[in-house]
Ligand binder design. Structure first.
Ligand code: NAD
Length: 487
């Protein structure tokens, strides 16, 4: 059966400075559907000359164009118009997401409305954002202003490219920056649909470019002295490199990186609530989500019951064709990703953890990058599967002795992105949440929600996105001393 395709007007072109242009080479990226391993589509690949052209356009638009000098209300109007265009492309966005990454179509359809919602939310934040403030100063006043940071390079990963691109692009544009977005070769389609919508709203020339490119070309982008700020979402390994490159030239940088988040299950938490929440928060995007809850901490008394219930729930997840609305877990995004997950499963077994369910490729699926949803128990927090980000539907159950021990295990990680406390006692949840060193902690695993800050402690990143604080990342603070009364 033919695979569904999103409608792309210009798969053979690149979106540079607001226009679809012919690329500098005939190179293309193959979009491989991970459910069947078929090449579903091809799109143009940006090379060095294309990136160069986009950066030159962005630099010129920032230095000489109208965009940074517009009233904020004008930029807000553009973003609201973008949201309206995106509303009309939800079907294409959902199909694109499932086609490239293999996320079940029901999940893609549920998540794509966040893409126009991001534009609207940031427009609202910008409406209320304090870009200027008069403060008292000796001998007069000072105007503390937040100016646009300049030319922004936004580097986007493959797992949720639409939303993750929007939460960079929208605040950067609203702050008055010009932006070059680099989606990943594995998943450029959402970004190209966003580019088609951006073309329709008629941004001034040079303000926005969206170019799918590989790492080496991306590396050139982050090193370019004309780029003032790099906003990166991706792996901690790439983030460290990008951070180091940016520091070398004192470019501004924000990083949204990996995670290994813990869910602490207290003895009073009803499993009827805990299990569905844990399954949901650990299998988001087939387990390829930075904020996935992948370590479950439970007391010795409660462990047998939790192991049985979580094992049964994982075993019941329907694995298969991601375009089937009944599918709950699709394939991993790429062959490389599946090999990586399989290596982690082997390492868990070799280090002495016990597989409760899963652990291999599903027998009924001979094509596609599938692995069975896998639950490990008897995991020691020092094992590789408890310390490193697996990025697949694999969850580890770890036993704690008491509350302090649970907190110590949760915090014994290089990461600090997310976390959850399951308990019927709200006061206890808050007290425990304060002790967890991570950017988000949820009582009974709610959220994350775009209106609230999101980002990491420790090696999970630098900066907070997806909230009014997300605008801060695209501004420079200037203090102007006024030798006279404030205007
Ligand atoms: P990745 O680090 O391999 O790549 C991310 C992006 O960076 C891609 O576009 C890639 O082409 C680009 N890139 C890599 N090296 C580069 C370089 N030297 N210069 C310029 N660009 C470069 O990550 P991935 O495999 O695409 O995504 C998965 C990772 O992203 C996971 O570790 C996940 O936890 C993380 N992630 C974090 C968040 C968050 O908000 N904290 C959200 C989603 C994903």
């Amino acid at each position: 059966m033919a695979l569904p395709h999103p409608h792309l007007a210009h798969p053979d072109k690149l979106f540079i400075g607001g226009q679809w242009v012919t690329p500098s080479t005939a190179n293309t990226f193959a979009i491989v559907h991970p459910g069947t391993e078929e090449v579903a589509m091809r799109v143009a690949e940006a090379r060095e000359a294309d990136i160069d052209r986009a950066v030159a356009a962005a630099r010129d638009a920032f230095d000489n164009g109208p965009w940074p000098r517009l009233a904020v209300a004008e930029r807000v109007r553009y973003l609201r118009a973008l949201a309206e265009q995106l509303d009309q492309r939800l079907d294409d966005l959902a199909i694109a997401h499932t086609l490239q990454i293999g996320v079940p179509i029901s999940m893609s359809r549920a998540t794509v409305p966040t893409i126009p919602a991001d534009a609207r939310a940031f427009a609202d934040y910008a409406d209320n954002y304090k870009f200027e403030e008069v403060r008292a100063a000796q001998g007069g006043h000072a105007l503390v202003t937040r100016e646009p940071i300049g030319v922004v390079a936004a580097i986007v990963p493959w797992n949720l490219p639409g939303h993750l691109g929007m939460i960079k692009m929208c605040p950067a544009l609203l702050a008055g920056c010009t932006v070059v977005v680099k989606p990943s070769p594995e998943a450029p389609l959402d970004s190209l649909i966003i580019a088609e919508c951006a073309e329709k709203i008629g941004l001034p020339e040079g303000v926005l470019s969206i170019l799918p490119a590989g790492r080496e070309v991306g590396d050139r982008l982050i090193r370019d002295l004309r780029v003032d700020k790099v906003s990166f979402t991706g792996s901690t390994a790439a983030g460290k490199h990008i951070g180091a490159v940016c520091m070398e030239r004192v470019a501004r940088v924000s990083l949204e990186l990996g995670g290994k988040s813990a869910a602490i299950v207290m003895d009073d938490a009803p499993l009827a609530h805990v299990i569905p929440a844990l399954v949901g928060m650990s299998t988001l995007l087939n387990g390829q989500a930075c904020m996935a809850l992948t370590r479950v901490l439970v007391s010795k008394a409660r462990k047998p019951e939790l192991v049985a219930a979580l094992g049964a729930a994982y075993a019941a997840l329907k694995v298969g064709d991601p375009f089937d609305p009944a599918t709950r877990i699709g394939p991993l995004a790429t062959a490389v990703q599946r090999e990586r997950v399989e290596r982690y499963i082997d390492s868990g077994v070799n280090e002495g953890a016990r597989v409760v369910t899963g652990g291999k490729r599903p027998e009924h699926l001979t094509q596609g990058y599938f692995v069975e949803p896998t639950v490990f128990t008897n995991v020691d927090n020092r094992m590789k599967i408890a310390q490193e980000e697996i990025f697949g539907p694999v969850i580890s159950i770890i036993e704690y002795e008491n509350e302090d021990h649970a907190v110590a295990i949760a915090n014994d990680s290089l990461y600090g992105l997310s976390g959850a406390i399951f308990t019927a006692d709200a006061k206890r949840a808050l007290a425990l949440a304060r002790r967890i060193r991570s950017g988000t902690v949820a009582h009974n695993a709610m959220g994350p929600q775009a209106c609230l800050p999101f980002g990491g402690y420790k090696q999970s990143g630098i900066g907070r996105e997806g909230s009014p604080e997300g605008i801060d990342l695209y501004t420079e603070i200037k203090t102007i001393y006024l030798n006279g009364p404030a205007a």
